[in-house]
Design a protein around this ligand. Structure first.
Ligand SMILES: [Zn+2]
Length: 256
């Protein structure tokens, strides 16, 4: 595969919390990986969070692009438009082969806004989109990356670059334990309940892979991800209704 892979990050740390093993594996496989960081949080934290994000990019060998925030952090609609434009600007360069981003149902207002912005920017492009979950869950996972201990160690090293965030909550423990659970669950969630397949490794990262074709969002085929051959033809499973549905939070005006 050639071209760049774009990760769209709601906050400074989401590539390290949401999909660290795939993010690092793609970079390690020789691809140019760009982390499009769309918010640095509160103004008093900007310098720290920018420095942490740069440290993480340096470790992973990726390129950091920070979107200048011209709207208030509380203006989600404005932020969504800003992110959509920033993603469109990256796509306009013409060499984006795949995009990684949180799901529009990720149960965190900013993650969901970024997910919606990415979907909007990718409509009509036929670019592969791999959606992941941090705060919510993925009800329709299609692709899984098995992880060995070395991959999980690398994921933890990436996350530790965000010292300020790691100090705030136990995200490092989350990475390994979530991956261990995902490896067991994904064997059936991705390949069918009752499937006899046990995934290799000690953990896994799961994604819902989608592509926009003919005005519809088509889910990827059920598969194990090969970081060296990230892009695959989609299935004919139409997931437009799910992707464009209001999130649970929006459905019942859930705040907090
Ligand atoms: Zn986040």
């Amino acid at each position: 595969m050639t071209g760049r892979v774009l990760h769209v990050s709601p906050h400074a740390d989401d590539e390290a919390v949401g999909c660290p093993a795939l993010y690092r594996a793609l970079s390690d496989s020789g691809l140019t990986v760009v982390n499009l960081l769309t918010s640095l949080g509160h103004p008093q934290d900007h310098a720290r969070r920018r420095a942490e994000a740069q440290r993480a990019s340096d470790l992973a060998g990726t390129e950091l692009v920070v979107v200048e925030e011209s709207v208030a952090a509380s203006d989600l609609a404005g932020s969504e438009s800003l992110v959509a434009r920033a993603v469109a600007d990256q796509l306009a360069r013409g060499d984006v082969a795949a995009v990684l981003a949180p799901s529009p149902h990720d149960n965190h207002p900013r993650h969901e806004a970024v997910g919606r912005a990415v979907l909007g920017a990718l409509e009509g492009t036929d670019v592969t989109l791999l959606l992941y979950a941090v705060w919510g869950s993925l009800p329709l996972p299609t692709a899984v990356l098995p992880c060995d201990d070395a991959a999980l160690d690398g994921a933890e090293d990436l996350l530790r670059c965000y010292a300020g965030e790691v100090d705030r909550n136990g995200y490092v423990a989350l990475i390994r334990h979530r991956a261990c659970a995902a490896r067991v669950l994904a064997a059936e969630q991705v390949f069918g309940f009752g499937a006899a397949q046990e995934l290799p490794g000690v953990g896994a990262e799961v994604f819902t892979e989608v592509r926009h074709r003919g005005g519809r969002w088509l889910a990827g085929v059920s598969r194990v991800i090969d970081p060296g051959a990230l892009v695959a033809e989609p299935s004919d499973r139409d997931v437009t209704a799910w992707l464009t549905a209001p999130s649970a939070r929006d459905l019942v005006s859930w705040h907090g």
